[in-house]
Ligand binder design. Structure first.
Ligand SMILES: Nc1ncnc2c1ncn2[C@@H]1O[C@H](COP(=O)(O)OP(=O)(O)OP(=O)(O)O)[C@@H](O)[C@H]1O
Length: 246
């Protein structure tokens, strides 16, 4: 019940194996760092979990709901997807106010106006951008837009938050706020968080557990301190010490 699990996953494109995962399990309420070289399959892993990419085979256990991914129906997929939030590296805002952008997920879920108002303002407070509620979202700076993208997912309290290099284009001040918010919701709401990052100090700062993807396989998975101080496989030893691997 309290786990997110993937089993027997295979993703192939053009005859090439992109992702090959026998089994992985994520505990509810923990924060996971996902690292690995470019092209290792990190985004594909998150896209499979987010039901944006259908693997050739495999199953997903979503906190008690079990689904065969290859034969997943739209309705069942949607009900699971609505319990997940996804923030990519580059936010895309709708041509509307900041308030309306953040409210969107709540309107889909048919909440009433007073609930929407309260929840949007709470989410804007989390990301310290309440003063921008009426601004057009397409006029935001990159850092502001990324914080609004985070508020837009937090507002409906997802059980799972998927972050794909969310701070890669941000300056240190915005990174600090972004990190503070995800740590706060991880602790306060027990949101499970999976974050891809190329910033190894960031993974070390935030994650309880880290995993290392290499050529589509999870080759290391351990508590963060062990991951960085006593990596078992030589590819991760090279990776964490900054040596080139391919
Ligand atoms: N739809 C597709 N068709 C063909 N190849 C694909 C497709 N999607 C992904 N790939 C390939 O799969 C591999 C893994 O891609 P993915 O985006 O998951 O890597 P990544 O680890 O997230 O990389 P990065 O750190 O550069 O973002 C890459 O070689 C990519 O070119």
């Amino acid at each position: 019940m309290n786990r997110l699990e993937l089993q027997n996953i295979a993703v192939r494109h053009d005859g090439r194996t992109i992702l090959d995962v026998d089994h992985i399990s994520f505990e509810r309420g923990k924060m996971y760092g996902i690292v690995g070289p470019s092209g290792a399959g990190k985004s594909t892993l998150l896209r499979v979990i987010n039901l944006l990419e259908k693997p050739e085979r495999g199953s997903l256990g979503f906190f008690g709901t079990q689904v065969e991914l290859a034969s997943l129906t739209h309705a069942k997929g949607l009900s699971i997807q609505r319990q997940m939030g996804y923030v990519a590296q580059k936010p895309s805002m709708f041509h509307a106010s900041v308030f309306d952008n953040v409210a969107l997920g709540l309107r889909y879920r048919k909440l009433d106006q007073s609930q929407i108002h309260a929840l949007v303002h709470e989410a804007l407070q989390y990301v310290e951008l309440s003063h921008l509620a009426n601004q057009r979202a397409n006029t935001l700076s990159g850092g502001e837009a990324q914080r609004i993208a985070l508020a837009r997912t937090l507002v409906y309290e997802p059980a799972l938050l998927l972050l794909d290099e969310p701070t890669a284009s941000l300056d240190p001040a915005n990174i600090k706020i972004f990190e503070r918010v995800i740590q706060m919701i991880n602790q306060k709401k027990k949101t499970t968080i999976l974050m891809i990052t190329h910033n190894l100090p960031q993974a070390r700062r935030l994650a309880h557990v880290c995993l290392f993807l290499f050529h589509g396989r999870i080759v290391e998975y351990s508590e963060t301190e062990t991951f960085f101080t006593r990596p078992a496989c030589h590819e991760l030893q090279d990776f964490v010490s900054g040596r080139m691997i391919c």
